[in-house]
Design a protein around this ligand. Structure first.
Ligand code: ATP
Length: 240
């Protein structure tokens, strides 16, 4: 693997790419996951690659909702495990949440590799490997889920999710929280709480932030994130 000097201006971004490429080589991340990351990177560029105020507010609300849930679940895929393998396990501990693997490109081999990676990072129980239930409205493989985890969850954190599944989970009556850098994605628009931040920042933030007890309006928060991006583009264009 190439050695990226810490002084490189795009050090963190390059480290993330390297982690995803390694994820593909190890059979954890799908090739399509690389493309999804590229879409995320573009929006990260627009917010200046740091946690913006609206994202921090959503992170705090997400912590509050997960802590008050009956059966909170964090759904993970190959990108999540490549980028924040330890972080997601620690976050599940803080939030007293189950972890379930759910893949768009599901294969038994990839499921078990992801399970192992999570266990190596301290996860005691990983759900989703022997699914007995289905999320209504999705095609077979993407619908599979465990009864104890996703199926009976009331609040679910689905980072880097695709729109169909986020919408299907909403249809099931669940409170859906997502981490998605694209405020315009279907997932972002259908979730109850959308954290427009990079998962590599959102997860450590959620380990430390105090829960937000105030009301939270996701539409308002998403509009504010888009406003932030527009304003920043305007400022940057004036600097050229
Ligand atoms: P949708 O189906 O919700 O309209 P999509 O087709 O873009 O959106 P996917 O490509 O399945 O959905 O999901 C990946 C989403 O995750 C993208 O919206 C992308 O912006 C976001 N994303 C990718 N990498 C990261 C990351 N590191 N942190 C946060 N979000 C990310």
């Amino acid at each position: 693997m190439t050695d990226i000097p810490e002084s490189h201006p795009r050090y963190l971004s390059l480290k993330m790419r390297e982690a995803l490429v390694k994820g593909v080589e190890e059979g954890i991340t799908s090739k399509a996951g690389l493309i999804a990351h590229g879409r995320g990177e573009m929006f990260d560029y627009l917010i200046g690659e740091e946690t913006i105020e609206t994202a921090e507010r959503a992170e705090r609300k997400a912590v509050e909702r997960m802590l008050n849930a009956e059966n909170p679940v964090i759904s993970v895929n190959g990108n999540v495990v490549a980028l924040v393998p330890g972080g997601i396990v620690e976050l599940a501990e803080r939030l007293d949440s189950k972890i379930e693997v759910n893949l768009f490109h599901r294969t038994d081999e990839r499921m078990s590799k992801i399970q192992k990676a999570l266990e190596q990072n301290g996860a005691e129980e990983v759900y989703g490997l022997d699914p007995k239930e289905k999320i209504p409205g999705l095609d077979h493989k993407r619908a599979l889920c465990s009864y104890e985890g996703i199926y009976t969850s009331d609040v679910i954190l689905v980072p880097l999710e695709d729109g169909d599944r986020a919408e299907a989970l909403k249809e099931m009556g669940k409170e859906v929280i997502t981490i998605d850098l694209n405020p315009l994605s279907r997932t972002s628009k259908s979730a109850d709480i959308t954290i427009v931040d990079n998962i590599v920042r959102a997860v450590p933030n959620m380990m430390e932030l105090e829960p937000l007890e105030e009301e939270f309006d996701n539409g308002e928060n998403l509009r504010a994130a888009l406003e932030f991006m527009s304003e920043r583009l305007r400022t940057l264009s004036e600097e050229i």
